[in-house]
Each structure stands twice: as C-alpha cells, then as structure tokens.
Design a protein around this ligand. Sequence first.
Ligand SMILES: Cc1cc2nc3c(=O)[nH]c(=O)nc-3n(C[C@H](O)[C@H](O)[C@H](O)COP(=O)(O)OP(=O)(O)OC[C@H]3O[C@@H](n4cnc5c(N)ncnc54)[C@H](O)[C@@H]3O)c2cc1C
Length: 280
Amino acid sequence: MYAASFDYQRPTTIDEAIALLAKHGDDAKVLAGGHSLIPAMKLRLARPRIVIDIARIANLSEIRESGGRIAIGALATHRAVETSALLNSKCPVLSEAASVIGDVQVRNKGTIGGSLVHADPAADYPAAILALDAEVEVAGPGGRRTIRAADFFVDLLQTSLAADEILIEVRVPATARTVAYVKTEQKASGFALAGVAVVAGADGIRIGVTGVAATAYRAAAAEQVLAGQSSPSTETIALAASRAADGVEPLNDIHASADFRAHLARVNTRRAIEKALARG
Ligand SMILES: Cc1cc2nc3c(=O)[nH]c(=O)nc-3n(C[C@H](O)[C@H](O)[C@H](O)COP(=O)(O)OP(=O)(O)OC[C@H]3O[C@@H](n4cnc5c(N)ncnc54)[C@H](O)[C@@H]3O)c2cc1C
C-alpha cells in the first residue's frame, strides 16, 4: 500500500527542525532512517501531513568520546554503531546489539535515534541502553535537556520525549567492557523475542531485557541476587537468571507465548551473565 500524501521538509539545522515541529504540532513527524516510520505510513498506522527529514542535519551522526563518556549522534546508523572502533573497544555492548538488528539493509539505513524514539518493545538497543545506565540529550523549543535511560522508555511505542522535541545524542560510559548481549530473535525480522544485555562493573551487574514486555526493563530482581558479587558462582547466576522476568507481564502474540518469552528471558539472562563475566 502507498502512504497517504504528505508535505516533505528537509531542514539543515536542529533549530530549523524544532521550529518546523513547533509550527506543525501533531500533523508532523520526524523522519530519520525511515525503517519504522515508512512502513507505518504505508500501513496507514501513521498519517503525518508533514514529514520533517532530519537526515541532512550536519554533525548528528558523529560518535565521539568526551569526559569519560561516548556520545553517539542520533543519526548514527546501526552499521556505524556496529563497526565503530571507539565503541567496540570501550563500550562493545552497543556494537554487539547493533550487529544483530534486522539485516544489512536495515542496519545501513536505520539510526540509533530513530530506534530509541520508536520504542518498539522488541528493539535491540533499549536493553543495552538500560544496562549501560545511558542518558539521551533532547532539544526542543525550550532548549536542551537530558533524560536518563531509566526514565526514557514509558510504554509500548512511547517515550518521555515530548512531541516537539528531537533526540540529539545518546551518551554511554566509555569504560563498559565486561558486557554481553544475547537474544533469541523472530526469524523473519530479527526483532527480539527476548534480548538480554549485561553490563558488569565495580558498581554491580546491570541487566536490561527487551522483547519480553511492552517496554524494555531492568531485571531488578535478578540484579538484586547478584548485588555485591564480582564473581558469582554458577548457582548464584542460575538463581539470578530465574528472576529475570519477575514483576513483568510478558507479551503474548503470534510469535511467542507469554510463558515462552519469560523462559527465554531467564535462559538468555544466564547466558549473557556467563558470557560477560567470561570476557571480563
Ligand atoms: C525488516 C525490518 C527488520 C527490523 N529488525 C529489527 C531488529 O531486529 N531489531 C531492531 O531493534 N530493530 C529492527 N528494525 C527497526 C529498525 O531498527 C529501524 O531502523 C528503527 O526502529 C527506526 O530507526 P529509523 O532511523 O529507521 O527511524 P524512522 O523510521 O525514521 O523513525 C522512527 C520513529 O522515530 C521518530 N524519530 C526518528 N529519529 C528521531 C529523532 N532524532 N528525534 C525524534 N524523533 C525521531 C520518527 O518520527 C518515528 O516516529 C527492523 C526494521 C525493519 C524494516
């Protein structure tokens, strides 16, 4: 099906894009890589009257280190995240998650900003972003603000980004090397049935889970079992993993039952913890 007709705008600066969003309100949608928005428009699930293509805004796809963190521009493609030497050496869990997104075409066009704002419950990055305790910088008519990952994902396809704001960059620690991302994917698309990111550091082991519930979450009950332990035993890891779906309501759809998703969350949590600690 073709998308309903729309006007197309191509701002070259962030300020211009924000002004267009402010002017057109709910009639407008930002376009980045187009790999979620365009399918939604073709299915008429989204019918924006104005499409604001931000792909030509300069400097929004850089990946650079600054003050102990790595800043990833919103327009960095999944492929750029996958192959970034900086991320691979200092924060490889994001590259690992990016490397298993969809297929080569999706990775070449899709962007980290688009994926985070779309907030698909089965997207890969949210698990890593939560486990990294990352933050995102957004810009709107009132200026810029920083949102912690824990406060960013609100519900199915919903974030705390306001309608007139644009995600500018994601910031992750430049010291997260004891990490792993393990997912079981839906074979046709690659989307996660259960994807688990683990980041182990001096302050403990953080676990982000995607694909299982309406929104990605931190597996708090599992983290609690591991609290204060830098090299947990096999039994402790198994106990922690058994809590990976505690307190969440797993999705139940044609791709996987709720029970199966919860099971995959537990299995992949154990595998991801073991993989991360073996690397550390
Ligand atoms: C066949 C297929 C398989 C896929 N498999 C996977 C997979 O395995 N794992 C996975 O994680 N994803 C998967 N995806 C989704 C893919 O990663 C998309 O690229 C991503 O979800 C959206 O990024 P985008 O840059 O294409 O955003 P767009 O489609 O351009 O935009 C998505 C949404 O975000 C908004 N937006 C975009 N950028 C910004 C910004 N900077 N500020 C504010 N709002 C913004 C748009 O208005 C829109 O609402 C798949 C997609 C396809 C088509």
